[in-house]
Design a protein around this ligand. Structure first.
Ligand SMILES: Cc1ncc(C[n+]2csc(CCOP(=O)(O)OP(=O)(O)O)c2C)c(N)n1
Ligand SMILES: [Mg+2]
Length: 383
């Protein structure tokens, strides 16, 4: 028996794994023969906009963590460290493209134009996702690991049948972007989505944020080969990008989305990044990983490298950075006030929005619950 021992590590080695990178951790621009052509039209204004997106995403996150610590949210899943992967991929989208997120894509939501305060209701437990997916083509958060990759693939097959791809018309052509994590790649749903997308040539981009951890399970427990390589077995291309490099994430996503719109089928992007925080506010990451690992990734910070690049290239001065900070502070204030004023829902609203037309059995259960709750005598009334 011959055993292929060439690759036995999930991270891969430098020799067998090409990482697309356009901006080093020190903020130096790295020339790339191919991917430079995908961002060569980018202006200094657009770089400043990307920096603003990264900063605002980080501020949404830190504010939500603070609100959770103050008891205003039940839970929060932090995006800290993943800002570039999210902003770079999301800014490659056109308005008519569709996004299927997990529960961590707050930076993508921001780029799609969802009011970040609307993200909080789910984590406060007062709604099940309050934004209208049709408004910004940003679908609801999915907690069931990997399930949204099937939804995205099904949606992409619908887009295909609507004749919305391959026309070459930038107003009509549409693609679908599905986000998921490294741990999700072990789910049946994700592998089934890859098969369906592959054989149907569906216009979907699978964007895996490999943040190295699935709660307490390290990447090595999910795979023996770099994740992007799995795509080849399903019949479509895959690549690995520096997930802390917003320019590289933008470039590879632009290319993959255009392939999808042109009718060339799915692709897998593995954004190699790191979850700087705990899995959620309910988790204590110090129980299963070393501080030294965190420290090494801190040096690759996705926001700082853009700041260093802009400063080096004289694209922004201190007044610009102060202005963005002030704007982030205003956003944080908006989050605080909106969150605290969110009313508690009536318990029977849990039955709403399960079906478009609530079936009689479910309606009966809702009415029964209402009667039950009404049967409690209000203490004040009884006195
Ligand atoms: C089907 C399913 N199984 C298990 C869980 C519990 N769970 C929540 S998050 C998580 C880990 C996901 O890791 P990864 O896909 O790497 O995404 P990340 O949280 O790192 O962004 C698990 C197992 C779940 N939500 N759904
Ligand atoms: Mg993960």
């Amino acid at each position: 028996m011959t055993v292929d021992t060439a690759v036995t590590s999930a991270s891969g080695t430098a020799a067998d794994t090409e990482l697309v990178q356009l901006l080093t951790p020190e903020g130096e621009r790295v020339p790339h023969e191919h991917y430079d052509t995908l961002i060569d039209d980018i202006t200094a204004d657009e770089i400043r906009d990307l920096y603003r997106d990264l900063t605002m995403s980080r501020r949404i996150d830190s504010e939500a963590i603070a609100l959770q610590r103050q008891g205003e949210l039940g839970l929060w899943a932090s995006l800290l460290g993943q800002e570039a992967a999210q902003v770079g991929s999301a800014r490659a989208l056109r308005p008519q493209d569709h996004v299927f997120p997990t529960y961590r894509e707050h930076g993508v939501a921001w780029c799609r134009g969802v009011d970040p305060a609307q993200l909080l209701g789910l984590f406060r437990g007062v709604d099940q996702g309050s934004w209208d997916p049709k408004e910004n083509n940003f679908h609801l958060y999915t907690i069931v690991i990997g399930a949204q990759t099937l939804h995205a693939t099904g949606y992409a097959m619908g887009v295909q049948r609507d004749g919305a791809i391959g026309t070459g018309d930038p107003e009509r052509d549409a693609a679908v972007l599905a986000y998921f994590g490294d741990g999700a790649t072990s789910q049946g749903d994700v592998n089934e989505a890859f098969i369906w997308a592959g054989v149907n040539n569906a216009p979907v981009v699978f964007f895996c944020q490999n943040n190295q951890w699935a709660i307490s399970e390290p990447l090595e427990r999910q795979t023996r080969v770099p994740l992007y390589r799995r795509a080849h077995g399903f019949g479509f291309p895959g690549l690995r990008v520096d997930g802390n490099d917003v320019l590289a994430c933008l470039a590879v996503s632009r290319e993959a989305l255009q392939r999808a719109r042109d009718g060339e089928g799915p692709s897998l992007i593995e954004a190699f990044t790191y979850r700087m925080g705990a899995h959620t506010t309910s988790d204590d990451a110090s129980r299963y990983r070393l501080d030294s690992e965190l420290e090494s990734w801190r040096l690759k910070d996705p926001v700082e490298r853009v700041k260093a690049y802009m400063t080096r290239e004289k694209m922004a001065d201190q007044a610009f950075f102060d202005g963005v900070e002030a704007e982030a502070e205003q956003l944080a204030e908006h989050l605080r006030t909106t969150c605290r004023s969110m009313p508690d829902p009536h318990p029977t609203t849990i039955f709403d929005h399960v079906y478009v037309d609530t079936p009689p059995t479910l309606r009966a259960q809702q009415e029964e619950m209402a009667r039950y709750l009404d049967s409690f005598v209000d203490e004040k009334e009884a006195q």
